[in-house]
Design a protein around this ligand. Structure first.
Ligand SMILES: [Zn+2]
Ligand SMILES: [Zn+2]
Length: 131
């Protein structure tokens, strides 16, 4: 079920070596639209029966984040990770639920180029509407 060829190409384009651990971590990240923590990834891999240590998950995440393949966010003192699209973008981040939206258009406000914009997503702004 792992789309090996696709992840292989992604890692190659990011300029880092393909390892089984990186592939496993990428595959979990690809299942989530919201950023998730290393612990969560570790737990999911264990559920799938993959034998991989938390330190290894961290190492895979760190190298992929350094290569720009995975983006990191800070949520209540923990770092969470997200596999973003290849287009250059900045992030709209919901303070309430942590939803991340990639915004490709450039936002320049009073000479500032936006990198991360915090706010409230549509679902959190009107909770009576089903998310
Ligand atoms: Zn991103
Ligand atoms: Zn939200």
């Amino acid at each position: 079920m792992i789309d090996l060829a696709r992840w292989d190409r992604m890692l190659e384009e990011a300029g880092i070596r393909t390892t089984r651990h990186r592939l496993l971590v990428l595959d979990v990240l690809a299942c989530h639209r919201q950023p998730i923590s290393a612990q969560q990834i570790h737990a999911e891999l264990h559920e799938r029966g993959a034998r991989i240590g938390l330190t290894t998950v961290y190492r895979a995440l760190t190298s992929m984040a350094a290569a720009g393949l995975v983006h990191t966010f800070t949520r209540t003192e923990e770092t969470v990770y997200r596999l973003c699209g290849p287009a250059k973008h900045h992030h709209l981040i919901c303070r309430v639920c942590g939803l991340v939206i990639e915004r490709v258009e450039e936002d320049v406000m009073a000479g500032f180029r936006a990198e991360e914009v915090y706010g409230t997503c549509a679902a959190c702004a009107s909770p009576e509407i089903t998310p």
